[in-house]
Structures are given as structure tokens and as C-alpha cells.
Ligand binder design. Structure first.
Ligand SMILES: *[C@@H]1O[C@H](CO)[C@@H](O)[C@H](O)[C@H]1NC(C)=O
Ligand SMILES: *[C@@H]1O[C@H](CO)[C@@H](O)[C@H](O)[C@H]1NC(C)=O
Ligand SMILES: *[C@@H]1O[C@H](CO)[C@@H](O)[C@H](O)[C@H]1NC(C)=O
Length: 377
């Protein structure tokens, strides 16, 4: 049985991973633009940034995670749904803007999947657990890596995929592959790898993500969004774990850890290069990178105008201690204080964002990706 500490650390990892990748929204005037696409379903893959209830259904670990209980979910759902936030996630706002209901998690067997399936699992990695183990990264919180999630999708749509006529079924389907990869890096940093060592993993992780995109295209996807990862150097968890007296480590403007953000930029740049290449190979498929990094940066730079507390942009709402209201051994749970107004915080638990932050980012992201989806054609 894993010790409580090990569980907490692996939870952190998983969450962190997700923090790398994910989300969306700014301009309310266009918030409904996605409905012009007439999507009839969304298929989402990824990690905690998008999980709407898969991990908490995976026994034995899932139901023991803090995400399975309050205060997770307290603001919007008034109960824990398995979302790693106080309320809705970017994918919820995207589904909403597309005129669709919330996506049910794949692991909820009796659910209605008419408008899509959410295959994302908190803690999931881009690389399969076996591959990670070869580089000394062991015991991810879940084995449901990106390719396991895509296998689930294959099973679910088996009939049309094997007879090769999913083109009708997926004509109005939006595929969102990621964000994913953040957990690979997080588990890696926890297993003692330096950022330089992690950098060596980037091409392999990008390759795994692109392989996922290629698989969904081979199944008949014609509109695929591929999110990048977030500037995790601005996350209370990283700011606490890598706190240093060296002021050069911090960005003067926002107080984030520069090296970690540069790492995220590097990952996103490589991802965008790979997407450009894939688009050349598949001119008939719409493949869109969604820039979660930039959306988060926008949010941080306009925090006060957007109604966030300017003193708390780098502090967790649910958490305790230190300069960032975060302590790895006392992470967000019913035993830890929760801020009075989560809508004024960007970070919910030090790793994941608040509903308000996801909502604002979703607005930005929808405005960014909608024109690129070429729905009016
Ligand atoms: C894995 O970890 C062990 C023990 O820390 C170390 O001796 C070994 O070199 C590592 N292997 C790799 C591939 O990093
Ligand atoms: C992951 O897979 C291994 C090998 O199949 C299994 O022993 C382990 O219990 C799995 N872990 C989780 C969290 O599912
Ligand atoms: C985190 O919490 C533990 C347990 O309460 C405490 O011993 C430790 O000093 C705290 N760490 C920080 C950095 O505040």
C-alpha cells in the first residue's frame, strides 16, 4: 500500500503534469461562436486539466484522491465530480460554447455519450508507463496514458473504425488531443531529473502526442485541436518546490520561475513545429494548436482588470503555508483552508486553476481556435 506521502506526491505529479497543458476564453461576444461549427460531439483526451471524472473511478487509487471530495467542486457543482478544480474546466466552457452538454467521463459506464466522451485522466502521461519506466520514471498515478485513452476510443467506436466508415460519424466531431505531457515532466522532475535531462525527453513526448493525433486522423477525425502546455513556472507548487534565494531565477515582471517557463515554451515550440509538419501531410484535416501558454500569460498580465486579486496571482486558493499558500504535505483537501472568494484566485490548489481562470482562458482559446477550425466552409 502506498504511503500517504507517496500518494500525495504522485497526486501532485499528476496534477502538475496537467498544469502544463491545457485550456481557454476572453471575449464574451464570441463565446458562442463555436456553436456555428454545429459539432455534434467532442472527444477529449488528456490529463487533470480536462478530466471530468475518470481518475476518481479508477480503483484503488482514484477514489482515495482529494479530487473525489470537497472542496473540489464546491463552487459550481457543490459536490466533487472528479474535476481538479473548484468548478468547471476549460473543456466544460468549450462544450458549452459549442452548444453541447458537459462531456461524461469514459469510466462512467452508464452515462450518456451521445454528445461525446471525455477520455482524459488526471495524472495521465503522454508516454506509456513502460516507456517511462525505462528512464527511471515509475509509478505514475494512473496507467491511462494517451495511447491507452485512444485505445478506449477505438473500442468505443470499434464498429465504424474497423469497417473504415467513421467519416460520417466524425464529420461533426471535435477532437481535442491534450494538453498532455506535463505529467511526464513532473514525474521526471520528481524522480530527480534536472531540467536539462527533462529536455532530452521533449522530442519523445512530442512524438507520442503526434502519434496520438495521427491515430485519431486514421480513425476518421477531420477537426483536431492540440493544446500546448501552461507556463508552470507560475504555479504555486513549482514556485514552492523550487523556491530559491537567487533572484535571477525569477521573472521580474510576474515573479514566475523563468527556467520552467522557458521549458514550457520549448515544448510548445516543438509541438507547433510537429503540427505544421503533420498539416502538410494531411491537407484535408484541420489541425489546430491551441496556445494555452499565451492564454494563461494574458490572464496573469491582466489579472487585476479581470477581477483577480493582484496580491494572490501566484498563491493557491486552497492550501496552506509558505509564500505561495502551498505545502506538498498539506495539499488542498477538507483539512486545509480554502480562500473566501475563489473567483479572485488563478490557482485553485497550487497545480490546477480555479473555475474563473479556466473560464477566462476558455474565452481566449475559443476566440483563437474558432477561426482556424474553418467551420463555415
Ligand atoms: C535510475 O536510477 C538509478 C538509481 O538512482 C541510477 O543508478 C540509474 O543510473 C538511473 N538510470 C537511468 C536510465 O536514469
Ligand atoms: C499499471 O499497470 C501495472 C502493470 O500492468 C499494474 O501492475 C499496476 O497496478 C497499474 N497501476 C495502476 C495505477 O493502474
Ligand atoms: C509543510 O507542512 C508540514 C506539516 O505541517 C510542516 O512540518 C512543514 O514545515 C511545512 N513546510 C513548509 C515549507 O511550510
Amino acid at each position: 500500500m502506498a504511503s500517504a506521502n507517496a500518494l500525495v506526491s504522485s497526486l501532485l505529479l499528476l496534477t502538475l503534469a496537467s498544469s502544463f497543458p491545457l485550456l481557454l476564453q476572453p471575449c464574451f461576444s464570441n463565446a458562442n461562436s463555436l456553436s456555428n461549427c454545429n459539432f455534434d460531439q467532442i472527444l477529449q483526451f488528456g490529463d487533470s486539466m480536462a478530466d471530468t471524472g475518470n481518475l476518481i473511478r479508477q480503483k484503488p487509487i482514484g477514489p482515495l484522491t482529494p479530487f473525489a471530495r470537497l472542496p473540489y467542486g464546491e463552487t459550481f457543482f457543490k459536490r466533487a465530480t472528479g474535476r481538479c478544480s473548484n468548478g468547471r474546466l476549460t473543456i466544460d466552457f468549450i462544450a458549452n460554447a459549442a452548444g453541447l452538454p458537459f462531456l461524461n467521463p469514459y469510466e462512467k459506464n452508464d452515462a450518456n455519450f451521445r454528445n461525446g466522451v471525455n477520455f482524459a485522466v488526471a495524472g495521465a502521461t503522454a508516454l506509456p508507463a513502460k516507456v517511462l519506466a525505462k528512464t527511471n520514471i515509475t509509478d505514475p498515478l494512473t496507467n491511462s496514458s494517451l495511447h491507452v485513452q485512444i485505445d478506449w476510443m477505438y473500442k468505443k467506436f470499434n464498429v465504424c473504425i474497423t469497417v473504415g466508415d467513421c467519416s460520417v460519424k466524425f464529420k461533426n466531431t471535435l477532437f481535442i488531443v491534450g494538453g498532455i505531457g506535463g505529467n511526464d515532466y513532473y514525474y521526471g522532475s520528481r524522480s530527480g531529473k534536472t531540467l536539462q535531462e527533462l529536455k532530452i525527453m521533449v522530442p519523445e513526448i512530442i512524438k507520442a502526442i503526434m502519434k496520438g493525433v495521427k491515430r485519431v486522423i486514421s480513425f476518421g477525425a477531420i477537426r483536431v485541436v492540440v493544446p500546448g502546455i501552461l507556463p508552470f513556472g507560475c504555479f504555486p507548487a513549482y514556485l514552492t518546490l523550487y523556491q530559491t534565494s537567487n533572484s535571477n531565477a525569477y521573472d521580474n515582471k510576474d515573479g514566475c520561475l523563468k527556467e520552467f517557463n522557458s521549458f514550457a515554451v520549448y515544448h510548445n515550440k516543438k509541438l507547433q513545429e510537429a503540427i505544421r509538419e503533420l498539416k502538410r501531410e494531411h491537407p484535408d484535416v484541420v489541425i489546430v494548436h491551441s496556445d494555452h501558454y499565451r492564454a494563461f500569460e494574458w490572464l496573469l498580465n491582466h489579472a487585476v482588470q479581470l477581477g483577480f486579486d493582484g496580491e494572490s496571482t501566484l498563491k493557491a486558493c486552497c492550501g496552506i503555508g509558505g509564500d505561495y499558500n502551498f505545502n506538498l504535505t498539506r495539499m488542498c483537501s477538507a483539512k486545509v483552508p480554502v480562500c473566501a472568494n475563489p473567483n479572485q484566485f488563478i490557482s485553485w490548489d497550487g497545480i490546477h486553476l480555479t473555475e474563473e481562470a479556466y473560464k477566462r482562458m476558455a474565452g481566449q482559446l475559443i476566440d483563437e481556435i474558432f477561426p482556424k477550425l474553418q467551420c463555415s466552409v
